[in-house]
Design a protein around this ligand. Structure first.
Ligand code: SAM
Length: 224
């Protein structure tokens, strides 16, 4: 099935951001966190972590709770999303104080190069007009030996398969969320396309795999 880009790259519409923030993504978020913790292994997660396209900051908050040595820069280009992220951080001040929200659009010259021990991104890749921007940002900002996890939706083979996933995972969700999920499945990349993006970016130390019926993940450690 041909890819259809997202109508809007950023999730800056308030109704859209609210529906997203209220939805329960705990299963996918837990999968993402497990992948990152597995990559970090016995080293554990500590130092500086960059979360690209952080949305309402559910993942950075959970990571900060689980890993007290972690400081997180959580970046998103949508002010509407970051307003919701700010509210979430304020609800847990002690943990929230280790997370810095950055309202920035990628590519972002303000990000420090070679400075993050971990770089994480969930569900951003399919939003980006130019996916090479995400891979270039990771290459520039990650410290040598950094842990990397990029998880995203994986484009189904047919419109029927898209509809089936929407029915399975968003049956009782508000219309705006069902619409966004459908658009996201059409906009997602395939395993082969992401593998080619990694080759083009020279990120040969990272691996790609399907990790659920609708997600793919790029994981690994950059050269030391
Ligand atoms: C589907 S949400 C994912 C949010 C979060 N990572 C999560 O897992 O819940 C994608 C986010 O990426 C942001 N985004 C899309 N393109 C971007 C860009 N070029 N620069 C910065 N943020 C971007 C959107 O505004 C949106 O909040």
């Amino acid at each position: 099935m041909e890819r259809v880009p997202e109508p809007e790259e950023l999730m800056n519409d308030i109704e859209q951001a609210l529906a997203y923030a209220r939805a329960d993504f705990s299963e996918a978020n837990q999968l993402f966190i497990t992948l990152l913790e597995d990559i970090a292994g016995n080293d554990g997660l500590s130092g500086a972590l960059l979360d690209l396209g952080c949305g309402p900051a559910d993942i950075p908050l959970e990571l900060a709770r689980r890993h007290p040595q972690l400081r997180i820069d959580a970046l998103d280009g949508a002010a509407a999303m970051l307003d919701l992220a700010r509210q979430h951080l304020d609800e847990d001040e002690q943990v929230g104080s280790r997370i810095r929200l950055m309202c920035e659009y990628l590519p972002c010259p303000a990000l420090q190069h070679n400075s993050y021990q971990s770089v994480a991104s969930n569900s951003l890749l399919h939003h980006m007009a130019d996916p090479a921007v995400l891979w270039q940002t990771i290459k520039e900002c990650a410290a040598p030996g950094a842990h990397v996890v990029v998880m995203d939706l994986m484009r189904p083979h047919s419109e029927l398969a898209v509809d089936a996933l929407v029915e399975t995972y968003a049956l009782n969700e508000p219309d705006v969320l069902r619409r966004d999920f459908r658009n996201s499945l059409f906009a997602a990349y395939s395993l082969d396309e992401v593998a080619q993006q990694l080759t083009d970016a020279g990120l040969d130390s990272l691996s790609i795999a399907g990790v659920s019926d609708r997600h793919l993940a790029v994981t690994g450690t950059l050269p030391a």
